[in-house]
Design a binder for this molecule. Sequence first.
Ligand SMILES: *[C@@H]1O[C@H](CO)[C@@H](O)[C@H](O)[C@H]1NC(C)=O
Ligand SMILES: *[C@@H]1O[C@H](CO)[C@@H](O)[C@H](O)[C@H]1NC(C)=O
Length: 612
Amino acid sequence: MKTFVASIVAAVAFIPATLAVQANPLPIPQHIEWGHSGPIAIDHHLSFHAPKNAILSDAIKRTTKLIWKEKYEPVVVQGPPANYTPFPTLSQSKRGVKHTLKKIDVVVTDLKADLQAGVDESYTLDIPAGNTGVIKAKTVWGALHALSTLEQLVISDGGSGLEIEEPVSIKDSPKFIHRGVMLDTGRNFLPVEAILRQIDALAWAKLNVFHWHIDDSQSWPIDIKAHPEMTKDAYSKKFTYSHADVKKIISYAKARGVRVIPEIDMPGHSSSGWKQIDPKIVACADSWWSNDVWSLHTAVEPNPGQLDILYPGTYKAIESVYNELSGIFSDDYFHVGFDEVHQGCYNFSSLVRDYFKADPSRDYTDLGQYFIDHALPIFQNKKDRRVIMWEDVITAIGGVTAKHVPKNVIMQTWNNGPNNTKLLTSQGYDVIVSSSDFYYLDCGHGGWVTNDPRYNVNYSPALDASISDAFAADPSTAYSPTTYNYGGAGGSWCAPYKTWQRIYDYDITVGLTAAEAKHVLGGETPLWAEQNDATTVDSKLWPRAAALAESLWSGNRDASGKKRVNQATFRILEFRERLVGRGVGAAPLQPRYCLKHPHACDLMYDQNAVIA
Ligand SMILES: *[C@@H]1O[C@H](CO)[C@@H](O)[C@H](O)[C@H]1NC(C)=O
Ligand SMILES: *[C@@H]1O[C@H](CO)[C@@H](O)[C@H](O)[C@H]1NC(C)=O
C-alpha cells in the first residue's frame, strides 16, 4: 500500500499547474503561464491593431474567421487532478466572466525579413485580465505562430460565445529552424487542393517546411516550358502541375509561414520526363529491375532509370530544367536528390563501361565525383543557394558515392538512425534528420511489389532455386527465410508502422557533441507515395506529423529533462480533433472513450512508467 501511495505522489509531481484549463495548444509553447482570475470572453468585434502588411492582415482575417467558425469544444479533459484516481473527471467550476477581450495589439519590429532558413520565428502572446491583448514578434513569421497559438487557446464558452479560460502569458520560439514534412508526387499524384490542405495543417502545427519530392522514375508531373515533352510521362494531363499551380502552392504556403523546398532527384530515381528529352540521358530505363538474377539488378524498386553521368546531354538537360524551376521556387534551398544511385544500372551505359575499361583504377566513387563536379556548378546558380542532397552521396555502401562533396551541401540523413547523423555532423555537414527508423510515415503498410512469394507464409527462399542468387547476395534482410514479414512485423522494408509516440520520442541530436549538434538544422517526416495519394494523405500524415512538430518546436522533454510523451498525449488528441473539425481527415488514435476519460486507457497506472 505504501509504494502505491508513493507512486501517486510521484505522478502528481509531473502535472503542470494548469489543471483547470482545457485549452492545450500543440506544440506546447516553450513558456506558458496561466493566471487564476477566471475566464476572459472574446468580444464579437475583437479587433487587431497591426502594422500594415498583407500577409499579416490576411492571417488575422483567417484567425478571426476560424475561431468563430470552429467554436471549439474541448473533448479531452486535461488531467489528472490532484486527487488522482484512475478515472478522473475534472469538475469545471465555471466562474463569472470578469473581462472581455476587445483588442489585440500586434507589434512586429522587422516587417521585411523574408521567409528563409533561420528567420526569427519567436513571439510573445499576452492575454491579461483586461480587455487588451498583445502579440510581439520580431518578424511577420513569428506573428503568424502567435496567431496559430491564439487559435488553440480560444474555446467555446458553452453557449454562443467564445472564451479564453484564464489570463495567459506565452514566450515562445522554436528549438530547431527546420521542421518539415516531405510529400512525394512522383509515385502517385497529389492534386493541388490536397497539397494546400496539408499546408494549412503544417502551419497550425508550426511546421515551417514543405519538402516537395516532385518527380520520381515513375512519373514526371511538372510542366517544364523548355521541354514540354517531359509531361508525356505524367500519369495523365490531369495529373500535372502548371507553373501557375506551383506559384499558387508557394504563395499559399508563404502566407502561412511555410517554406516550399523543391526536390528533383538526380541522378538516381530518374527516368520519366528525362527520357522524353533524349533517351540517351537515361541509363537502364529499359532494363528489368531484376530480383531474380542479381547480376542484372538495376534499381531498388521499379521502374529503373538513372541519368547517365557521362553523357554530355545530361548536363544540358539538367541545366535547363534546374534553371527554370529554380526561377519559380523562391526558397534559397533546393534539393537535388542523389538518393540510392545504383551501380548496376550503369552496366547498361556504354559510356560508363568504356570509362571503367579505359582506366581500371577508376571505381564508382570516381563516377559519383564526375557528377558532383559537373552538376554542382549548375545547382549553385545564386549567391544564397544551398543545395540539399540525400546522405547516400556519402554513405551508400555498394552504391554510387562521391569522394569530395563540399561542406556547404546540406545532407538529409535517413539510414542507421543516430549513427549517420553523427557521421555526417562530425564531418562538418549541416544535416536534416529524417531517419527511416523513426520518421518514415509510409512504413508498415505492407509491401507493394506484386508477384512476391514472400507473402506466402509457407514459402522458404532457401528452397527456391529461382531467387537463390538474390538470397546469396543479401541473406540477412530481404530474403531471409526467417523474416517472412521482411523488415519486421508489417511486411515492408521499413516496418513497423511509425507510431506518433515513436516519432515524438526520437532525439535527433542523441549521442552528438555540442559542436556536432549545432549542425543539426532540424528534421522532416517523409511520406513516400508508393501507397499514398489524395485518399490517404491526410490520415497518413496526421496527426503523426504533429508529434514531430512539437518535438522539433519545444522538444520532447519537460523542464526536468524527462520525456513528456504522456503529457503530449492530451495535446495530440485535442489537436487531432481540431484538424478534423477544420477539414483535415486526421486518423483517430484511440476510442473516443479514452479522450473523455484521461488515463483510463493508459497501460501503466504508474505515471512515471514512460517518462524515463
Ligand atoms: C555489372 O556488370 C559486371 C560485369 O559484367 C557484373 O560483374 C556485375 O554483377 C553487374 N551488376 C552489378 C550490379 O554490378
Ligand atoms: C550504430 O552503431 C552501433 C555501434 O557500431 C551499432 O551497434 C548499431 O547497430 C548501429 N545502429 C544502426 C541503426 O545502424
